[in-house]
Ligand binder design. Structure first.
Ligand SMILES: [Zn+2]
Length: 183
């Protein structure tokens, strides 16, 4: 498969009903909810730092700028912490999309759960936050195993691939809602 076949599939997976669906603003505010799990403050701080790290990584490459804020009021993205279930380590939900413009996002990040067989390391959490932030900007799933957006997840990946960046740039240089995508 050629690079361009792959990239077309990746772009296609990033459209919603065939349309470009993304943020309209260039600065996207993120509120990181407090962790309520019974873990030490040091552990909590570790997890908050992972989010900061993921935000800084994307800010080096992404066409939008993530900005962590201290209150949920003006947040475009709210990160919440959940215990990992059997199925997922992370999830991205879109409570508000208006005319293909992403307005509000909720990202669930799974923390280690003694009752789940899944092993959740800090590395897993970093990868998960990066992947879910990718979805929040409008990315679908990648087609190359080196893409942050590839599934099944390769949890050691912690930087966007050239495909991830190319598709993101494609989404943000085309108008919201457009169906005729120029690359
Ligand atoms: Zn995904």
């Amino acid at each position: 498969m050629s690079f361009f076949n792959n990239i077309d599939l990746y772009i296609k997976d990033s459209l919603i009903n065939g349309k470009v669906c993304r943020f309209g603003k260039s600065t996207v505010n993120i509120f990181v909810s407090p962790i309520s799990a019974q873990i030490t403050d040091v552990q909590k701080q570790d997890y908050y730092s992972i989010v900061t790290k993921a935000v800084n990584i994307w800010n080096n490459f992404a066409p939008v700028r993530f900005n962590i804020i201290n209150s949920p009021q003006n947040a475009d993205i709210i990160i919440v912490w959940t215990k990992v279930g059997i199925k997922f380590e992370g999830m991205c939900k879109f409570p508000s999309i208006v005319a293909s413009e992403i307005k509000k996002v909720t990202i669930e990040i799974g923390l280690p759960n003694p009752n789940s067989p899944k092993i959740i390391t800090n590395e897993t959490i970093l990868h998960t936050v990066l992947h879910e932030l990718g979805h929040s900007m409008g990315l679908g799933h990648g087609t190359d195993e080196n893409d942050l957006m590839f599934v099944p997840h390769k949890k050691t990946l912690n930087t966007p691939s050239k495909n991830d960046i190319f598709v993101l740039q494609t989404l943000y240089k085309n108008a919201i809602g457009s169906t005729n995508i120029s690359k």
